[in-house]
Design a protein around this ligand. Structure first.
Ligand code: ADP
Length: 398
């Protein structure tokens, strides 16, 4: 079955066309600057990228252009739109309403609308993608795959904030967690790769990208994760602060004469390793080069990042009463052997040993721990689009 995967943002849209039987990507790309001017990037498998500047006043024109590119005589990946048998959409926030992927129906759309105040920038954009696809490809079944769904198995003691319970009940203020599609995919792939039974496993997944989160997964089910009500919580990230004393919001607001939104803007966009390095960069390649050259701020930024990863992993080992597998994924997790080695230095007490040579392999599933390490440490490239494709096919074959 050919499945179109759509990840719709407020002014951009990423897409992939995947053959679910071979799991090959037939074409992929993105639309940028929707509502501003418009740019389509399209790449058929095995071909060069094509870039087209074209007016995209709304997502309607953007998706229509994607469908045209996919069926184009010269470089199209399919000859007829009818070949697309299903559409899988990334949806950011499913609140407590969705613990798994679901078929798009009127009721589903209503429920996603009801979660919109939890993700005001993302959910409305995701719904626009769904609505435009319904219009342009009527009758093609669509499935919604939620970033939050995998984390819905967290127990109350892990997801509740210690604030008056009424606020949880009235406003849904709790830990939801994000990157769930990646955490789910990587934990399953790690077990499969190591030949372990996921139903008898304790896995920690470190999704370390520009946005970063860690999850604790027991027998395939998430029991804790580091992001919270929003993706600002937890680890120090590219530009996000992660956890800090909530009083900082008022304190800094008074100093800078900013309201809460103004301070949150700083915590989201100007903090993390970017803020710690005085705006040098949020990219680990730049920070590592600067640190190597003796830049103290870059050194500290990297140390803070690693320290938070270490302490979060440590707390999840305690929460799960052990761990058998630690998996690294996403931009930093997949590519940065230095960060992985630094993190793992703190786990000698668990009997973890890293093989330096294997730790330098990139771009594939690899076990980076030595054979006598007591815990397996692996790098598993994440593939959220493939995970959405698999879920879409699974839902439709029910
Ligand atoms: P997101 O999807 O959250 O935007 P990614 O998972 O794509 O983020 O990760 C992007 C980050 O990965 C970059 O900002 C950079 O810090 C890091 N990264 C990418 N490639 C490398 C590399 N070769 N070495 C070190 N870090 C890398």
């Amino acid at each position: 079955m050919k499945v179109l995967i759509i990840n719709c943002g407020s002014s951009s849209l990423k897409y992939q066309l995947i053959d679910s039987e071979t799991e090959q990507v037939l074409a992929k790309g993105l639309c940028e600057r929707i509502g501003i001017d418009g740019r389509l990037v399209y790449q058929k498998a095995g071909c060069d990228k094509e870039i087209t500047e074209a007016s995209m006043p709304t997502h309607n024109e953007a998706i229509a252009m994607v469908l045209d590119a996919l069926t184009n005589d010269k470089t199209g990946a399919i000859s007829d739109l009818k070949e697309i048998e299903a559409i899988g959409h990334r949806v950011v926030h499913g609140g407590e309403k969705f613990a798994s992927s679901v078929l798009v129906t009127d009721d589903m759309i209503k429920a996603v609308e009801e979660c919109a105040d939890l993700a005001p920038l993302h959910n409305p954009a995701n719904l626009i993608g769904i609505n435009v696809c319904s219009k342009l490809m009527p009758g093609v079944p669509q499935v919604g795959v939620f970033d939050t769904a995998f984390h819905q198995t967290m127990p109350e003691k892990a997801f509740k904030y210690a604030i008056p319970t009424e606020y949880y009940e009235q406003y849904g203020i709790r830990k939801y967690g994000f990157h769930g599609t990646s955490h789910s995919f990587v934990s399953k792939e790690a077990a499969k790769f190591l030949g372990k039974d996921i139903n008898n496993s304790k896995i920690i997944v470190c999704h370390l990208g520009n946005g970063a989160s860690i999850s604790a997964v027991v027998n395939g089910k998430c029991v804790d994760t580091s992001m919270g009500l929003t993706p600002l919580a937890g680890l120090a990230m590219g530009t996000r602060s992660g956890d800090l004393d909530p009083s900082v919001v008022e304190f800094l607001g008074k100093k800078l004469n900013l309201d809460a939104s103004g301070v949150l803007n700083i915590l989201n966009k100007k903090s993390g390793v970017f803020g710690l390095s005085r705006g040098l960069s949020s990219d680990f390649r730049d920070l590592e080069a600067a640190a190597e050259a003796g830049n103290h701020d870059a050194q500290v930024a990297l140390e803070v990042f690693v320290y938070r990863v270490v302490t979060t992993i440590g707390s999840y080992v305690a929460a799960m009463d052990g761990v058998d597998t630690i998996a690294f994924t996403a931009g930093i997790g997949e590519n940065d052997g230095h960060v992985r080695a630094e993190v793992m230095k703190n786990f000698h007490y668990l009997g973890i040993e890293i093989d330096a040579e294997k730790n330098s392999i990139r771009g594939e599933n690899v076990k980076i721990s030595t054979d006598d390490s007591k815990v397996d440490v692996v790098v598993i490239p994440t593939n959220e689009e493939l995970a959405i494709c698999r879920d879409t096919v699974a839902i439709l074959s029910k």
